[in-house]
Ligand binder design. Structure first.
Ligand code: BJW
Length: 290
C-alpha cells in the first residue's frame, strides 16, 4: 500500500498537464490490471506461469499451434469478460479534450477502445487479441475476429496445459490441426492471433504513425517538442516501445509514471523533475486528471 500523492505533487502535475498540448502516453498491462487482466511480468503475470518462448513466438506456433490457440482463446475470453476501469475512461476523456495527445498502447485487450478512446489518437503497437491473420506473411490476410472459443472443443475458461518434463503432450484430446481456423484467402496456412510476438517487427504502418506524430505531422528530420510523457503501468522492458520514453524526454517532455512498484524496470531511471504516482493506475490516473 502506498501513501496517496501529496497535494503539492498533484498541483504541480495538474498545472503542467493543463498547459500541455503535445502529450505522449505509453500504456502497459498495469492499466488493465484492475480490470482483472493479468499483467505479463509482475505478480500473477502471464509470463510467471507460462513461458513466453513457448507461446509468444513464431516458432512456438510452428511447434504447437493447438497450444498457442488454447492460450489465446483463454486470453480472449478473459479480455471479453473484463470491463474498462476508471483509468481507461480518464485517458479516453483526456484524449478527447487534448487533440495533440497520442497513446501508444502495448495492450492487446481492446479495453481502451471499449472506453471510447478516440481512434485516431491511439496506436495499438502490439496488435489485438481480437484480430487474426494468415500465418504466412506473404499472404497478408488479416481480419477482425471476436469468436470465442476459436477452437470449439476447447473450453476457453480453462488455462492451457503447457507441456513440461512430466507432461509432454499439450493437446486436448480430439483436437487436431484441421480444427484450427485456416486462412480463407490462401486456403493453405493457418490463421494466427494478430498480436506481435517476440522477434517479430512491429506493424510498419503503426510505427510510421508514431514517427509522424513525433515529427509533429511534418516530414521534418527532427522530433517536435513534446510537453508531457505519461508512462502508465508498464515495466518498459520491451523494445522498441520502451524507447519512446527516452525519445520524448529528449524532445523536452517532463515524465509522469503511474506504477504499482517503485522498483519496476519501467521506473528504474526516474529523473528529479519526474512525477511518480505510486499505486493502482485505475485510482491514480483519474485522480491526477481531476
Ligand atoms: C501496475 C498495476 C496497477 C501492475 N497499476 N501499475 C533492444 C534491447 C533488448 C531487446 C530487444 C531490443 N529490441 C528488440 C528486442 C527484443 C524484444 C524485447 O524487447 N525483449 C525484451 C523482453 C528484452 N523485442 C521484440 O522482439 C519486438 N520486436 C522487435 O523488436 O522486432 C525487431 C527485431 C526483430 C528481430 C530481432 C531483433 C529485433 C516485439 C515485442 C513484442 C512484445 N509482445 C508482447 C506479447 C503480445 C502478445 C500477447 O499479449 O500475447 O507484448 S510481450 C508483452 O510485453 C506484451 C506487452 O505489450 C509487452 C510489455 O509488457 P508490459 O505492458 O510492460 O507488462 P509487464 O507485465 O512487463 O509490466 C506491467 C507493469 O505494470 C509493471 O511495471 C507493474 O509494476 C505495473 N503494474 N499492476 C499500475 N494496478
Amino acid at each position: 500500500k502506498h501513501d496517496p500523492p501529496s497535494g503539492e505533487m498533484l498541483a504541480s502535475f495538474t498545472t503542467h498537464l493543463q498547459s500541455s498540448n503535445r502529450i505522449l502516453v505509453l500504456i502497459g498491462a498495469g492499466l488493465s490490471a484492475s480490470s482483472g487482466i493479468p499483467t505479463y511480468r509482475s505478480a500473477g503475470g502471464f509470463w510467471r506461469t507460462f513461458s513466453d518462448q513457448q507461446l509468444a513466438k513464431k516458432s512456438a506456433f510452428e511447434d504447437d499451434p493447438i497450444l498457442v490457440w488454447q492460450f489465446y482463446d483463454y486470453r480472449r475470453q478473459q479480455a471479453k469478460a473484463a470491463l474498462p476501469n476508471p483509468a481507461h475512461h480518464a485517458l479516453a476523456e483526456m484524449a478527447a479534450r487534448k487533440p495533440g495527445l497520442l497513446s501508444i498502447n502495448q495492450n492487446v485487450d481492446e479495453l481502451c477502445q471499449r472506453a471510447a478512446h478516440p481512434a485516431g489518437q491511439i496506436i495499438n503497437l502490439h496488435g489485438s487479441l481480437f484480430r487474426v491473420k494468415c500465418f504466412d506473411d506473404a499472404c497478408g490476410y488479416e481480419e477482425e475476429n471476436h469468436a470465442i472459443p476459436v477452437i470449439p472443443q476447447f473450453p476457453a475458461t480453462e488455462p492451457p496445459r503447457v507441456p513440461d518434463s512430466t507432461n509432454t503432450s499439450s493437446s486436448v484430446s480430439g483436437v487436431s490441426i484441421d480444427d484450427l481456423p485456416h486462412c480463407p484467402k490462401c486456403k493453405v496456412s493457418l490463421l494466427r492471433p494478430a498480436a506481435v510476438w517476440f522477434g517479430e517487427g512491429l506493424p510498419e504502418d503503426k510505427v510510421n504513425q508514431v514517427e509522424q506524430w513525433m515529427r509533429g505531422g511534418s516530414d521534418a528530420s527532427e522530433d517536435e517538442k513534446v510537453d508531457l510523457m505519461l508512462v502508465v503501468g508498464t515495466s518498459a522492458m520491451v523494445w522498441p516501445a520502451a524507447g519512446y520514453i527516452g525519445r520524448a524526454r529528449k524532445a523536452g517532455a517532463r515524465v509522469a509514471y503511474f506504477n504499482m512498484e517503485e522498483k519496476s524496470a519501467g521506473v528504474a531511471r526516474p529523473e528529479d523533475n519526474d512525477w511518480m504516482f505510486l499505486g493502482d493506475a485505475a485510482e491514480l490516473v483519474p485522480k491526477a486528471f481531476e
